[in-house]
Ligand binder design. Structure first.
Ligand SMILES: CN(C)c1cccc(CNc2ccc(C(N)=O)cn2)c1
Length: 252
């Protein structure tokens, strides 16, 4: 990624402890320890200049709720940019461009440092967007009380794609959504549980048959749970044959 000490993630927020907790646990925490990523936070309130450290104010034009004032945000973003070069400023917002797995892959591959602006209240002053933000991103069509969860979702989904983060135990390449198909069913011990057993083929050691069963499982689950994904990628001849057999079995 051309970044000496890992990909940088800087989160601008009024609640840094929400973010630092996320950075210090699990696979993300291990990636931090291994210096595969450098995650830090900036408290927007530290960049206020007034005695009351105010970060919001009443909206021009009236109406309910408050808007985040531009000055502290501008100064906090400039501080973030000064920490690491080659950075992209992302505003977390319900109005943003939808984030998905292919976007996660793009960010992981680009190796740019990412700066996340997490708004609270009814949003931020429009001049911040036009002056300092490279891109507005949404993690889904719903409104939250702040952008922090959206920033953590993106950091999580991007970090796990970086080389060395997932290690051997699992690999991002076989992720669901990789080829617009959901992941196959997973089983582990015990063989029988609550009267339900494990498909015999998975214990056969016949890797060809196991891979075939897994492709079939992935296809069936996509068909049942997310048929919309089929429009993104055409069915292969093998997949068509598999679905035909399966449908005949269902009719029988
Ligand atoms: C215009 N603006 C910056 C803004 C306006 C309202 C709320 C917020 C903060 N809440 C969020 C942020 C992101 C998402 C999402 N779906 O990604 C949902 N809620 C920000």
């Amino acid at each position: 990624t051309g970044i000496p000490n890992g990909m940088g993630f800087t989160v601008l927020t009024l609640f840094p402890e929400l973010i630092t907790s996320f950075f210090n646990h699990g696979i993300i925490g291990r990636a931090m320890e291994k210096k595969l990523i450098v995650g830090d936070t900036i408290n927007i309130r530290d960049f206020t200049l007034d005695r009351h450290k105010s970060v919001d104010d009443k909206p021009y034009g009236g109406g309910c709720g408050m808007v985040m004032t531009p000055e502290p945000l501008f100064r906090a973003i400039d501080e973030a940019r000064s920490r690491r070069g080659n950075a992209r400023v992302l505003l977390m917002s319900p109005q943003g461009k939808p984030f998905d797995q292919s976007r996660a892959r793009e960010f992981a591959a680009a190796g740019e440092n990412l700066i996340f602006v997490c708004g609270r209240y009814e949003g931020i002053d429009e001049r911040v967007y036009h002056g300092e933000v490279d891109e507005e991103i949404s993690i889904g069509d719903y409104v939250m009380t702040g952008g922090e969860l959206a920033a953590m979702v993106i950091v999580d989904a991007v970090t796990r794609l970086l080389p060395g983060v997932l290690g051997g135990e699992s690999s991002a390449e076989l992720d669901s959504f990789e080829n617009h198909r959901l992941e196959h069913a997973h089983y582990t011990r015990p063989f029988e549980f609550e009267g339900m057993t494990v498909p015999e083929v998975l214990l056969s050691g016949n890797h060809g048959e196991i891979e075939k069963w897994r492709r079939s499982s992935s296809l069936k689950r996509t068909f049942i749970k997310r048929p919309d994904l089929f429009h993104k990628e055409t069915l292969s001849a093998e997949e068509k044959a598999c679905l035909k057999i399966w449908c005949r079995e269902l009719e029988a």
